[in-house]
Ligand binder design. Sequence first.
Ligand code: AMP
Ligand code: MG
Length: 503
Amino acid sequence: MHALGLEHSYARELPDACVECPPEPAPAPRLLFLNAELAHELGWSLDNLGGVDAAAVWCGNRLPTDARPVAQAYAGHQFGGYSPQLGDGRALLLGERFDRSGRRRDIALKGSGRTPFSRGGDGKAAVGPMLREVLIGEAMHALGIPTTRALAVVATGETVWRDTALPGAVLARVAASHLRVGTLQYFATRGDFDTLRLVVDYAIARHDPQLREAPDRVYALLRAVVQRQARLVAQWMNVGFIHGVMNTDNMTLSGETIDYGPCAFMEAYDTATVYSSIDHQGRYAYANQPAAALWNLARLAEALLPLVADAADEASVREAVERVTRALDDFQPTYAAERLRGQRQRLGLLSDAPSDDADDAALAADWLALMQAQAVDHTLGWRLLADAAVGRPQPLLALFHEPRDAIVWLERWQTRCARDDATRGTGPTARAAHMKQASPWIIARNHNVEHALSAATEKGDLQPFEQLLDALRHPWDENAEHAVYAQPATPEQAAGYRTYCGT
Ligand code: AMP
Ligand code: MG
């Protein structure tokens, strides 16, 4: 095997934040998926990715000569309870690679066997959940939402035992970094403030290099993460994405979505929607996601406090708490602005005068309330508004069993659109075209995802997966071939849909 141009800034600069660990060999690797577009972005041609050896490379059997696999340490609040040591129990960072735009990206394996952080786990992953990570990650990427991405999935030829016997797989994952809120918590709660500071410096060098010389760089990093996460969660909300397991170990400092376990896209709009089988209290229900993110960021702020406050000096602690609180106070306005920005695009409004903010937010909120009252499909409820913009409201109104209130709302929206046209010189045709770039036609609908994964797992048939992936990569296009993926689930398909953590 040859070198793949990997670097090792994490292992080199943060030796106390990871442990060297080799992957476990896979008995009969078979390549199920290779992301040619992402490989290209990383500056690799498909040949030098391993060619016929791609399966052996991306399951960890034949590592690139310059890989240096390490398991990363982190802690995390899981459903509110703190675990001081989690870490990569089934993942390994192979190294980093500069992509074509000069960004340093992590190249990691998931499901490659036990590590010193595995506790009772087997370190393995199954084909279904890893292909799921491909589908949802690529869907998010195509929707313009920051995300880690799948580079490859390799079936290992091994059986992994969950509730039943499942075919095993390894995922190769690419991320802006794998730094998490839980990475900083790990060192803060151990009282290892030297390493804590090194991790902060590393995070700044990697994600906020402009802050490197800032005198208050710890606060500045906190502010940057608060803003990235506020914007990210607003984007999730606008597209109806439910992460499902927003523990602090699953929240990145980079602002990318990570860990596609029990996540799912909402169909009929209902703010109380929860899909995860283990989220009994609805802690991470759709509507709770902004609050959950802010709660996690408060844990990040706590982890950073030892670097900015002298615990023995009450005045210094008070000042530090005030400053981190101010940073956390940025969350709500940043979130609200991003949510409204997305909603205005979906409403087809170009004008964004602050004096209209409250009315426009109310217009969007009232639309959502109408959808909730009649269990209207969230994706189509927005998308078909574009047809209503050009005088074709029927398909939209057909989503409502009692359309009267929707008709009244449409009149109010048209009035607002007319004012938008007057100030921005646009018109209905341009509006509809804009709206079709803001409200997707295709999302990863649960029944389609499940169908694709069960065909791959039970019959080894990858065709449904490949067809769905192709549709998810073109979410805006009304391509007749993809029409089946735009259809909501039938009530029977939607009833009691549950997702699992995939461990
Ligand atoms: P997750 O819920 O997937 O974010 O994982 C939470 C923690 O459990 C992380 O420390 C994982 O590395 C660990 N973990 C999950 N699945 C396994 C597994 N099959 N074997 C070992 N560790 C695991
Ligand atoms: Mg995780």
